[in-house]
Design a protein around this ligand. Structure first.
Ligand SMILES: [Zn+2]
Length: 221
């Protein structure tokens, strides 16, 4: 077994926001870089409109710079939208290791696409290598980048599992995401502290109860 905690595997977890065209299919998995410019001016106009719509004065002192700040915040929160998070898994190493590799407690913040409010929590990412392993911090980078999109937690969980399955050719992938949703804690039903857990199990983690039980015991250690 191999368990890693993100804080111990890499301290260079800043995200590289180089934009790539995720649809480009080129040899050697190289992808065309094309910068995507977030339309900050449109966001600023929209934020002004919202402030006016709720009866605020967007021209009062405290709010003057708010549209610009919010525009920059959205550009950051959605900065993964035009990136290919799978590129972090392009470099692999031959390794004769066929047991569970688990990186657990990868913290993330994403945005619920229904309310544009954050959901925050941790992801546990596991796979059983198929002759090749990836750098442990790369799994954390994939989670970080996938989280930078408007989405629902269910799809985020599946997206991470899909990327690991496809890019590492792994026979077993397990992704478990546990998060608190602001749209449930600060509005609507107002239940702070309630956690939503989603999982995506592939290969032996799905088919073999013993393999899944081993994974769960490592996560809960
Ligand atoms: Zn929501």
């Amino acid at each position: 077994m191999s368990i890693a905690f993100p804080e111990t595997i890499s301290n260079d977890t800043e995200v590289d926001y180089q934009c790539v065209n995720i649809n480009a299919k080129l040899p050697n998995q190289k992808r065309v870089s094309h910068p995507f410019e977030v339309d900050l001016e449109s966001i600023k106009d929209a934020v002004r409109t919202i402030l006016q719509a709720v009866g605020e004065d967007p021209d009062r002192d405290g709010l003057l710079d708010t549209p610009r700040r919010v525009a920059k915040m959205y550009a950051e929160m959605f900065g993964g939208l035009h990136l290919d998070p799978g590129r972090h898994l392009d470099v692999t190493f031959e390794e004769n290791y066929d047991e569970i590799v688990l990186v657990r407690d990868i913290e993330f913040t994403s945005m619920c696409e229904h309310h544009l409010l954050p959901f925050r929590g941790v992801a546990h990412v596991a796979y059983i290598p198929n002759g090749r392993v990836t750098g442990l911090s790369k799994l954390a980078r994939v989670v970080e980048e996938v989280s930078r999109r408007p989405q629902v937690q269910e799809r985020m969980t599946q997206t991470v599992a899909d990327l690991i399955e496809e890019r590492l050719g792994s026979s077993a992938v397990g992704v478990i995401v546990k998060a608190e949703h602001s749209c449930m804690s600060i509005r609507g039903i107002r239940k702070p502290g309630s956690m939503t857990v989603t999982s995506s199990m592939r290969g032996s983690f799905r088919k073999d109860p013993a393999s899944r039980a081993e994974l769960m015991s490592l996560i809960n250690q």
